[in-house]
Ligand binder design. Structure first.
Ligand SMILES: NC(=O)c1ccc[n+]([C@@H]2O[C@H](COP(=O)([O-])OP(=O)(O)OC[C@H]3O[C@@H](n4cnc5c(N)ncnc54)[C@H](O)[C@@H]3O)[C@@H](O)[C@H]2O)c1
Length: 438
């Protein structure tokens, strides 16, 4: 394939060298005449294992050349990869200046060539960039519509500096954001020699996954460093503790707890975060990440409250009171905190949770709920229909499989706020459905 690579920095140089190594014909394009000259002399513009040899041999064989001439590069190739920088702006947002200018230049060049052309975004860009920014720029500059001699894909790069060539050849998967109905055959063919699954998804998902990945990697690092510092103050060999921590592939290094939705609670997580923080404070170890965890969780409860409150002070039915389904443990349940807030603000509230039988609650669980919601028995409904009776707003925290049919049967035209992500609720006709993060 004939491919132009716009931006020959870390990502662009690695893509150029590796794609040339796979047998493609590459034209590197950069605004830096110095980088272009280096590439044309077979020299890598970056320091990175293996890339010097790849670029030297690609330049020597003629598989790689570089230019500052956008028109010539677009005219000579079928596809343009964009790997220009997206640095932080002064206010912390991402600067899209290079993306905007390179998109306009490529678009204008496409307008001046006869054949079809595909543009592929490899730079890290915020969700919405394809639909709200780059596709409109490309369409306006080229005078073509998407699908009509113009294709655009989002294809985030996952390489890490230091092991970039290895990462290029062994990515976690290949992620392609594409418009509806386009299975990205050109990119599938390009990546055919690369192992791993190929996921063709909507643009916004592809763009988001890159952001999620980097934010999560940063959170993991900050957590390990912060927790390690606390443990070290108590004479713990933190790396040894972390090695065992990572050996738990069921709860720790796994998809567990990575489903976005409502707040966490229960008798362990909030208590043990507080306790870990108290250990940090006692030895004066700064722990700002852990210090914000419970505030972040409270903000999720706030968000649910505001989602309800924006509909006015209506009668509310709440499904789910214990901190998760199938238990009667009410201690620090986020649903108890939400209910408490609604009651405090004067909402008429009915609650259904099959597992919570007030008469049988014992010990600290009973003490907790007696303290938080003293007259809870008056609010509890025996079945879904009783909870729904007269309610305009229905909040579904969780509901067991055995009660779902009754809940759905009682829904007619209510406002339903789904904190659990239940597909059948979303599909329910007549109601005003409000998802929480879906
Ligand atoms: N560096 C990494 O490890 C890595 C990994 C994955 C993704 N990314 C993302 O890839 C993108 C590029 O990162 P990088 O580290 O390679 O950046 P970089 O700064 O090393 O390279 C960007 C290049 O783009 C060139 N450029 C700027 N405007 C241009 C234009 N209009 N036309 C042609 N070239 C132009 C610059 O001169 C520079 O050579 C960023 O969005 C980054 O977040 C980086």
């Amino acid at each position: 394939m004939r491919i132009s690579v716009f931006g020959t920095g870390y990502v662009g140089a690695v893509s150029s060298g590796c794609l040339a190594g796979l047998g493609h014909s590459i034209v590197g394009v950069d605004v830096s005449a110095e980088k272009v000259a280096m590439l044309n002399r077979g020299l890598s513009p970056i320091v990175e294992a293996e890339i010097g040899e790849l670029i030297a041999s690609a330049a020597a064989s003629g598989a790689l050349r570089a230019t500052t001439d956008v028109d010539a590069a677009v005219a000579d190739t079928e596809m343009s990869l964009i790997s220009v920088g997206t640095p932080s702006a002064a206010d912390g947002s991402v600067s899209m200046a290079a993306v905007d200018s390179v998109s306009a230049a490529i678009g204008a060049a496409i307008g001046r060539k006869a054949g079809p052309h595909a543009v592929v975004m490899r730079s890290t860009v915020p969700p919405g960039t394809a639909e709200e920014r780059v596709v409109p720029i490309l369409q306006a500059a080229s005078g073509r519509n998407l699908g009509d001699g113009l294709a655009y894909y989002s294809n985030p790069e996952f390489l890490r500096e230091g092991s970039a060539v290895r990462d290029f050849h062994a990515p976690p998967y290949t992620l392609i954001g594409a418009p509806d109905g386009d299975d990205a055959p050109l990119l599938r063919a390009l990546y055919a020699p690369i192992p791993g699954a190929v996921h063709v998804v909507p643009y916004r998902i592809a763009e988001s996954v890159k952001y999620l990945s980097n934010a999560y990697h940063a959170v993991k690092l900050a957590f390990a460093n912060e927790a390690g510092a606390i443990l070290a103050e108590y004479g713990v060999d933190a790396p040894a503790a972390f090695r065992l921590f990572c050996e738990d592939r069921v709860l720790n290094i796994s998809p567990a707890y990575l489903r976005p939705g409502f707040a966490f609670g229960g008798s362990c997580l909030p208590k043990d975060v507080r306790s870990f923080l108290a250990l940090a404070e006692r030895r004066a170890v700064a722990a700002p990440l852990l210090g914000h965890v419970l505030a972040g969780n409270a903000a999720i409860i706030d968000r649910a409250f505001h989602a309800i409150a924006k509909h006015g002070r209506q009668t509310v039915a709440l499904f789910g009171l214990a901190f998760k389904p199938g238990t009667d443990d009410l201690r620090e349940s986020p649903f108890v905190l939400l209910a408490e807030r609604l009651i405090g603000k004067g909402y008429d509230l009915r609650i259904f949770d099959r597992s919570v039988k007030l008469a049988t609650l014992l010990g600290s669980n009973r003490d907790y709920i007696a303290r938080e919601i003293p007259h809870l028995e008056r609010l509890m409904a025996d079945n879904p229909a009783a909870a729904l009776s007269g309610a305009r707003v229905v909040v579904v925290g969780h509901i067991g499989a055995e009660d779902r049919a009754a809940l759905l049967a009682g829904l007619t035209d209510q406002i339903v706020i789904d904190l659990a992500g239940i597909a059948a609720l979303r599909a329910q006709p007549g109601i005003t459905y409000q998802g929480f993060c879906w």
